[in-house]
Design a protein around this ligand. Structure first.
Ligand code: ATP
Ligand code: MG
Length: 710
């Protein structure tokens, strides 16, 4: 906390807010509900509200509990609160908050040690299946696991499931009876082994608070003010826990956007958000409509997507609020189709390289997809291009075997380490290099890369924490890792974020790629009912509204190179294409031929057209080259080859990948325009101030060498 922050009057916290946000942030007591669209500053408003309450002396920081959806969001909130002059407030996920209470009260109420947390249900489920002589494959086990998760967050025991859930389709082709038996067997084995799963953390806490008045009283004594972000996705189990924490009091502030409900499949429901006024008739309700995050171009697409929704469907999804962008005009979102997944991924990598060339940091770029399986092609393309990335929302970071091995090795080493001789990062690097970490990243995707990425993330975390806390010791670092592990908080490395749409909620980036927008993936094959299709639409809406400035929507006609292009572009793109002045593709795009029927409206709106023949382009690589596959290159092919050879040697010298220096399409533009001065170079796509500074002189020399020789 700086002195300036401490000395300024509490009201100064409200300075960065608009009138409605201020109204919300200064309503410090009583129930409050902020109901507003994406990017309108909901999270910002509640963070400022807490800070204001603390600084005005209305809240004791230790008596505030802020609950957010992800560990990352919680960490973000803690650091913002500190910056606003209100450190010490608890900001956690439901899960992490519950776990702390369990850890504290378990020895007193139950006695003995807390059961260990089980990361994976599959192994135990396989055992349970064997016990019951049920044969299932891995995919079946996964389905059982998610049904158990659903049952548990819906607070249904195996018997409860049979009584209340038989209208659901039983998972993996089993019948309800068989599933309930498997569920019970799983629970039994878990208990025998003194284990608890993710949902148990909440269930046990609820059980403890419900059955022990003293514990409940103590927890209520501790926390007086509650704030819940992303409240549209609260599950019945989380709501029950929240009610127990409140114990009939009403110091509760909830924040949400029903149009961003994307976790219905896990039992979450926006009903609690939408009926807040009914539960608390005296509640203040604040609505925000100004979108501070995204450009008007991005906001328009988001609005169009929601407006196109067919009437009917879930009654609990009210007419969406129209967002109004507060930002200046930006680039038009790009909508492209590619022959196959690999081509789409390479195009993404090329665009990412171009964006970094013009100064966008990798941490401001995200590639979002519907299913985790889609990350493979993207990982490969980014690795080939030498672009570092981090995966989010796939296998939980601390569940990965290499992370566990790494932590175990660090623990062993902490027992013998001498903190005075080596810094924590040095020690961590030393230990982890025996497990496959090195300062150079592997150039392949897949298991080796994943292992390296995980270990590198541990190293990065050690470096960051050591910087923040000069007193850090290896033992303290391990304690921190344990806490994060409990919260499933993966450390971030500087890199492009690869994430599922689900795990991107609440976050924002300058440039966002939404890939794989074809039928079967978006909407996903299993979304059939109107409700399910609505949820897919909201998921895409969440994706679009993550973008601050640049938005790229893309799809691929086939999964594999050479495969027949049979995938249909997503139905959700139809209104968006219209909005962007692009017509429906009138014929399938064959690999390497990105032409659509000529579309005059598109041209008027500056859709990408071939510089040779004026055809509208939709294949990514052709758009960046501004030339269809059939028009001859306009650049000097000899110069292009000369520059490629130069780039190879130069990249080797810099120990980087050729791609990271300049992309092929940048070389083509260079070979076309032969720029020899800085202003000319800056006009070339893919060359910004940063690249000019880094490589400008060498590049000019390379071009000059060629033109002089010619
Ligand atoms: P989501 O629904 O996606 O969770 P949100 O409503 O929580 O979005 P925030 O993340 O709080 O929105 O804000 C979006 C962006 O707009 C942030 O970068 C935030 O700093 C900025 N912002 C919000 N309000 C203001 C304001 N009054 N002035 C300037 N910037 C603002
Ligand atoms: Mg938010």
């Amino acid at each position: 906390m700086t002195h300036a922050v401490q000395e300024a009057p509490p009201e100064s916290v409200l300075d960065g807010l608009d009138a409605e946000q201020r109204a919300a942030a200064s309503a410090l007591t009583g129930p409050l509900c902020i109901l507003a669209g994406a990017g309108t500053g909901k999270t910002r408003a509640i963070t400022h509200r807490i800070a204001y309450g603390v600084r005005a002396g209305v809240y004791d920081p230790h008596r505030v509990l802020a609950v957010t959806f992800t560990a990352r969001a919680a960490a973000e909130m803690r650091s913002r609160l500190t910056a606003l002059g209100a450190p010490g407030v608890q900001a956690r996920t439901f899960h992490a908050a519950a776990l702390r209470q369990l850890q504290y009260f378990w020895p007193i109420t139950v006695g003995g040690s807390l059961p260990q947390i089980l990361d994976y249900k599959i192994k135990l489920l396989a055992e349970a299946g064997k016990r019951l002589r049920m044969t299932t494959d891995r995919a079946g086990l996964r389905d059982f696991a998610s049904e158990i998760e659903w049952a548990k967050v819906s607070t249904l025991t195996p018997e409860g499931y049979l009584l209340h859930a038989t209208d659901r389709e039983a998972p993996a082709g089993a019948d309800h009876q068989a599933f309930a038996r498997l569920y019970q067997a799983y629970e039994d084995i878990k208990e025998d082994r003194h284990l608890m799963d993710f949902e148990d953390v909440l269930l046990f806490t609820v059980g403890m608070l419900e059955s022990d008045e003293r514990v409940a009283a103590q927890v209520r004594q501790q926390y007086r003010h509650f704030v819940v972000d992303e409240y549209q996705d609260v599950s019945p189990l989380q709501q029950r826990l929240l009610d127990l924490w409140l114990g009939g009091r009403d110091e509760l502030c909830v924040v949400g956007d029903a149009a961003q409900t994307i976790y219905s499949f896990t039992g979450a429901t926006p009903d609690y958000l939408l009926s807040f006024r009914r539960r608390f008739p005296e509640a203040e309700v604040v609505k925000l409509v100004r979108d501070y995050r995204s450009t008007p171009e991005v906001v328009k697409l988001a609005n169009t997507l929601l407006a196109d929704r067919r009437p009917g469907g879930a009654a609990s999804w009210p007419a969406p609020l129209q967002l109004i962008s507060q930002r200046r005009a930006g680039p038009s979102p790009e909508l492209t189709e590619h022959p196959d997944d690999d081509a789409e991924a390479s195009w993404v990598a090329e665009k990412v390289a171009d964006a970094t060339g013009t100064g966008t940091p990798l941490s401001e770029i995200a590639v979002l997809y519907r299913t985790n399986g889609q990350s493979q092609a993207l990982e490969q393309a980014l690795a080939t291009a030498g672009i570092s990335y981090q995966l989010r929302g796939s296998e939980r970071f601390f569940s990965r075997p290499e992370v566990r091995e790494g932590i175990a090795a660090l623990r062993t080493s902490s027992l013998i380490a001498d903190d005075s001789t080596e810094s924590v990062p040095e020690a961590v690097r030393g230990v982890l290099s025996s497990l496959g970490w090195s300062s150079q990243s592997p150039s392949s995707a897949g298991a080796v890369r994943e292992r390296w990425e995980s270990l590198a993330a541990l190293v990065g975390l050690a470096e960051r924490l050591a910087e923040e806390r000069p007193q850090l010791t290896l033992k303290l670092f391990l304690t921190e890792l344990e806490e994060r592990s409990a919260a499933q908080h993966a450390p971030t490395v500087e890199g492009v974020t690869l994430a599922s749409l689900h795990s991107a909620k609440g976050l924002e980036w300058d440039a966002v790629f939404l890939v794989g927008l074809c039928e079967g993936l978006m909407p996903i094959t299993f979304a059939q009912s109107q409700e399910e299709l609505d949820e897919e639409r909201r998921l895409l809406y969440v994706g679009i509204t993550r973008a601050k400035t640049r938005l790229y929507l893309s799809s691929a006609a086939a999964r594999h190179p050479g495969g027949r292009g049979r995938r249909k572009s997503s139905r959700f793109l139809i209104p968006l294409r219209r909005e962007l002045g692009l017509e429906e593709p009138t014929r399938r795009i064959a690999p390497g031929n990105g032409k659509l029927s000529v579309n005059a409206a598109a041209r008027k709106r500056k859709a990408a057209v071939c510089a040779g023949c004026g055809e509208v382009l939709t294949v990514g690589t052709q758009i960046s080259r501004r030339r269809c596959a059939e028009c001859p290159p306009r650049y000097d092919e000899d110069l292009f080859e000369h520059l490629r050879a130069w780039r190879r040697g130069y990249a080797q010298e810099l120990e980087t990948r050729a791609f990271m220096v300049f992309s092929d399409s940048t070389l083509e533009h260079l070979a076309e325009h032969k720029p020899l001065s800085d202003p000319e170079l800056l006009k070339i796509p893919g060359i910004g101030e940063r690249k000019l500074e880094l490589h400008g002189e060498r590049l000019k020399a390379a071009i000059r060498a060629f033109t002089d020789a010619g």
